[in-house]
Design a binder for this molecule. Structure first.
Ligand code: HEM
Length: 245
């Protein structure tokens, strides 16, 4: 009980909550991107993968609840930390330059965070619930019969002949609307900026950001965020360019 109170009741504890939930969310978005990039392979791949995830039933729901808890704690810790630093500002008039920098960073973190959250709600309505875009309702999406087995770690996760949802068509149909595709590209750009600053703060909290490592770490985080952006851009961009059809 004391441990919980120490973690949630102290500034350093809340920073730790932000860091740990941030790591979980980064792992999710990177894993999700790797899964989504299968859209460039044979339709068996992404359709089998999606069917496998859906077939996890209670385990999928446990993962969803865990993710929702991480997002909620991440927002809670960010809000409390922002309010605390606003209070602290009044006591340190000499540190003006530093807090202006900190405020600009935390302000754009807050706004990119809100926009990414709005994007996630739209994204869930579009692809998970399947109600956001006329013509893309899940009920209108054709089914697909697996040509071969879908394997995960050498095990057959979805056997050939299984009728699954044609997620590949759903994604392509979704991004065939340029407004939707451009909205995704902007949202993913903002998410990448959010990850850029979040990644640097994460290293700071973990104590890995010192003068010796600072420039190298910044370069690595920038490169990873750029790769993340380009990987995601490839999907709506590929549909808009007619490469994915
Ligand atoms: C081009 C980029 C993306 C594509 C093509 C894509 C595709 C999809 C698809 C097809 C699903 C539904 C799977 C199904 O129900 O069978 C899904 C679910 C989801 N996506 Fe994405 N996604 C993209 C980017 C993102 C990003 C950037 C985030 C987070 C910031 C995200 C978060 C989620 C979440 C939370 C779910 C719900 C998972 C579940 O519980 O079922 N996606 N995505």
């Amino acid at each position: 009980m004391d441990l919980v109170r120490n973690i949630f009741g102290s500034t350093i504890g809340r920073k730790l909550v932000m860091a740990v939930t941030g790591i979980v969310l980064i792992a999710f978005v990177v894993g999700h991107l790797v899964g989504n990039l299968q859209v460039f392979e044979d339709p068996d791949r992404i359709n089998g993968y999606s069917h496998f995830l859906q077939s996890l039933g209670p385990a999928l729901w446990a993962a969803r609840i865990f993710l929702i808890a991480c997002v909620s704690l991440h927002i809670w810790a960010a809000t409390v930390l922002a309010l605390e630093s606003r209070h602290a500002r009044g006591d340190q008039p000499y540190a003006v330059k530093k807090w202006i920098q900190a405020t600009v960073a935390s302000r754009y973190m807050r706004w990119t965070g809100y926009i990414v959250l709005a994007f996630i709600l739209y994204h869930l309505a579009q692809f998970t619930v399947g109600v956001a875009q006329p013509g893309s309702f899940k009920a209108n999406i054709p089914h697909y019969v697996m040509k071969g087995d879908y394997h995960i770690l050498g095990f057959t996760a979805v056997p050939a002949g299984t009728e699954v949802l044609d997620v590949r068509s759903m994604v392509i149909r979704g991004f065939s609307n340029p407004v939707v595709a451009i909205f995704y590209i902007i949202a993913i750009g903002l998410l990448s900026v959010h990850l850029l600053h979040g990644g640097e703060s994460l290293f700071q909290t973990l104590g890995w950001r010192n003068h010796r490592w600072e420039r190298g770490l910044r370069r690595v985080v920038t490169l990873l965020c750029a790769a993340y952006f380009l990987g995601n851009l490839a999907i709506p961009g590929g549909v808009l360019a007619g490469i994915l059809k």
